[in-house]
Design a protein around this ligand. Structure first.
Ligand code: ATP
Length: 262
């Protein structure tokens, strides 16, 4: 698809985003951008506003104010172009468990208008190490296998932007590592990736940049290492440190507080 962006312009540009639920403001003046070939993570305590931000980018909820541009297209003016420019990794509960893996892939390829030959389906399944599972029902797959199918579907139309809400929650270490490698491989092919996570290890391992969000506001944005380096001397971060060495989690706790959110 020809898009009005160049390689050097952000694929996703969110500016001054506000999201309200009735009188409660969940997202307050949030701005960030994600470039092609970049993995950007949204981190924050429970209820910080990560999913609300992601849902606004996905088009699932209408922001109260602010602009969202994807691949240069503005939601308000070109919503169909915006939707065609993004892929969303759906939760496994979004898929009908009685459909086979190959039926699900064909179904979503059809929705995006992507023709798939039987050979292409075999190649896709081989790419996610599920070549023997074409006729297995989705509900019979393990959590890690379901995640792989979900990721293939999210990128079947080669969207410039891929969105993932807590993609590795519930996966074992092996499946988590494998998913990180798949996310990095998407990044290396030039996709821009926006994900939410509660895992500091995930943020440090795969994210090129992160935003820490709390009470609906971004409190810092940078690479994980730069965020550690610029906050390591703050007394609240040193107080949060457990083993002498300052980690991203120490910075996160120092900046957002140790109290558990209700
Ligand atoms: N549909 C809704 N109606 C009312 N309030 C909502 C709704 N959805 C979310 N909220 C509130 O908005 C705030 C932000 O929620 P959101 O789900 O965006 O946070 P989050 O950072 O994704 O949290 P978590 O890490 O727990 O998933 C919370 O206080 C939440 O209770």
């Amino acid at each position: 698809m020809n898009t009005p962006t160049s390689q050097y312009q952000p694929v996703l540009r969110v500016e001054n985003l506000d999201v309200r639920y009735g009188s409660f403001q969940a997202v307050k003046n949030v701005s960030f951008y994600v470039h092609p070939g970049e993995i950007f993570g949204l981190l924050g305590p429970n209820g910080a506003g990560k999913t609300s931000t992601l849902s606004a980018v996905e088009g699932l909820l209408k922001p109260d104010s602010g602009t969202i541009r994807v691949a240069g297209y503005d939601y308000r003016k070109q919503p169909l172009h915006v939707r065609a420019s993004m892929g969303v990794q759906l939760q496994s509960t979004s898929f009908q468990p009685e459909l086979t893996v190959s039926e699900i892939i064909q179904l979503y390829a059809g929705i995006y208008g992507i023709p798939l030959t039987p050979e292409k389906i075999v190649a896709i399944l081989a790419g996610i190490k599920l070549e023997d599972s074409a006729n297995k029902r989705f509900g019979q797959l393990s959590g890690g296998q379901q995640q792989r199918v979900s990721l293939v579907i999210a990128t079947i139309h080669h969207p410039p932007l891929v969105l993932m809400d807590e993609p590795t929650t519930g996966l074992d270490p092996q499946s988590r590592r494998q998913l990180w490698e798949r996310i990095e491989s998407m990044r290396d092919k030039g996709h821009a990736i926006l994900l939410t996570t509660h895992s500091m290890e995930e943020a440090e391992s795969v994210c090129d940049r992160i935003a820490i969000i709390d009470h609906g506001q971004i409190i810092t944005t940078d690479s994980p290492q730069a965020i550690i380096d610029s906050n390591r001397d703050k007394p609240e971060v040193i107080r949060a440190s457990r083993r002498g060495k300052i980690t991203l989690e120490d910075v996160f706790i120092g900046l957002t507080g140790a109290a558990v959110r209700s």
